[in-house]
Design a protein around this ligand. Structure first.
Ligand code: NDP
Ligand code: 8X3
Length: 243
C-alpha cells in the first residue's frame, strides 16, 4: 500500500507515539492534521487544538480537519494517559474521570465524529496498551480503560465488517515518552524509575509498527499488534540490569 497522497488525522500529536507517527506519515508523503491540547508543540501540516474529553472541542477539530483534508484516509486515535501508580484503595474520582474520559470516551467520540469522513480504503487505528490485555498491579483504572477500549474496537470491527475500512489496535508495553511524566504528575524522578536498567521501546519503534500496519495490502487487516521491549514479558514483569 502506497501512502503518498493520503490524508491522516492523529490525536495526541504533541508528544510520544503521536508526534513520531505524524513525522513518519509526513515523510511518507501523507498530509496530516494533528490535534492535542498543547497545539503549539504539534509539527503537522495543520495543528489544531483538541481536548478529546470535550464533545465541542472534538466536533470542531473533526469538522476543521475533514474540511482541510477533503476526506480522511487514516484516523489514528492515540491520545491517552495514565494517572498514578497506586493501589485502587487510593483512587480518586478526579483521576478515574480523567483516565476513563481520555482513553475511552475520547477515542469513541472522535471515531463517531470522524467516521462519516473516512473514505473507502481508509484505516482507523487506536493506541491500546498491554494494560488492556493483562492486568498488572497499581493501575486498575488504566487497565480498565484500555480493556474497555479494546472492547469498543472489537465492536466497531463487527459493525464495520463489509465496509472497506481497516481497523487496528496497537498495544505497546513500556515505552519512553512523556507518558511516565504525566502518570507521575510531573515528578521527574519518579517518572525516570520505570526506564531504569532496561531498554524500553521508543516512540519511533511504535510509529514504525503503525506504518507497517498501514502499508499492508488493502485485503490485509492487522487487528491487533502487541509490541514489547525484549526485557518485558508482561505489564508486571520487567527484567532490569543491576545498577
Ligand atoms: P505522551 O504523554 O508522550 O503523549 C500523550 C499524547 O496524548 C500527548 O500528545 C497529549 O497531548 C495527548 N493527550 C492527553 N490527553 C489529551 C486530551 N484530553 N485531549 C487531547 N490530547 C490528549 O505519551 P505516549 O505517546 O506514550 O501515549 C500515547 C498513547 O500510548 C496513550 O494512549 C497511552 O495510554 C498509550 N501507551 C503508552 C505507553 C508507554 O509506555 N508510553 C505504553 C502503552 C500505551 P496534550 O497533553 O498536549 O493534550
Ligand atoms: C502503559 C503500559 O506497562 O508501561 O500503557 O504501564 S505500561
Amino acid at each position: 500500500m502506497e501512502l503518498a497522497g493520503k490524508t491522516a488525522v492523529v490525536t495526541g500529536a504533541s508528544s510520544g507515539f503521536g508526534a513520531a507517527t505524524v513525522r513518519k506519515l509526513r515523510e511518507a508523503g501523507v498530509r496530516v492534521v494533528g490535534g492535542a491540547r498543547r497545539v503549539e508543540r504539534i509539527d503537522a501540516d495543520l495543528a489544531l487544538p483538541l481536548d478529546v474529553t470535550d464533545e465541542e472541542s472534538c466536533a470542531a477539530f473533526v469538522t476543521r480537519a475533514a474540511a482541510e483534508l477533503g476526506g480522511i484516509d487514516i484516523l489514528y486515535n492515540n491520545a491517552g494517559l495514565a494517572l498514578g501508580r497506586y493501589p485502587f484503595t487510593e483512587s480518586t474520582p478526579e483521576d478515574e474521570a480523567t483516565v476513563l474520559h481520555t482513553n475511552v470516551d475520547g477515542a469513541i467520540r472522535i471515531t463517531r465524529l470522524a467516521l462519516p469522513h473516512v473514505r473507502d480504503g481508509g484505516h482507523i487505528l487506536f493506541t491500546g496498551s498491554i494494560a488492556g490485555r493483562q492486568a498488572y498491579q497499581n493501575a486498575a483504572v488504566y487497565v480498565a480503560a484500555k480493556f474497555a477500549l479494546r472492547g469498543f474496537v472489537y465492536g466497531l470491527r463487527e459493525d464495520l465488517l463489509g465496509r472497506p475500512i481497516r481497523i487496528t489496535t496497537v498495544d505497546p508495553g513500556l515505552a519512553e515518552t512523556e507518558f511516565s511524566l504525566v502518570r507521575f504528575k510531573g515528578d521527574a524522578d519518579a517518572a525516570k524509575a520505570p526506564y531504569e536498567g532496561v531498554e524500553p521501546l521508543t516512540a519511533d519503534d511504535v510509529a514504525e509498527c503503525v506504518l507497517f500496519t498501514l502499508t499492508r495490502p488493502l485485503h490485509v487487516n492487522i487487528d491487533e499488534m502487541v509490541i514489547k521491549a525484549l526485557a518485558q514479558s508482561s505489564g508486571g514483569r520487567i527484567l532490569r540490569r543491576e545498577t
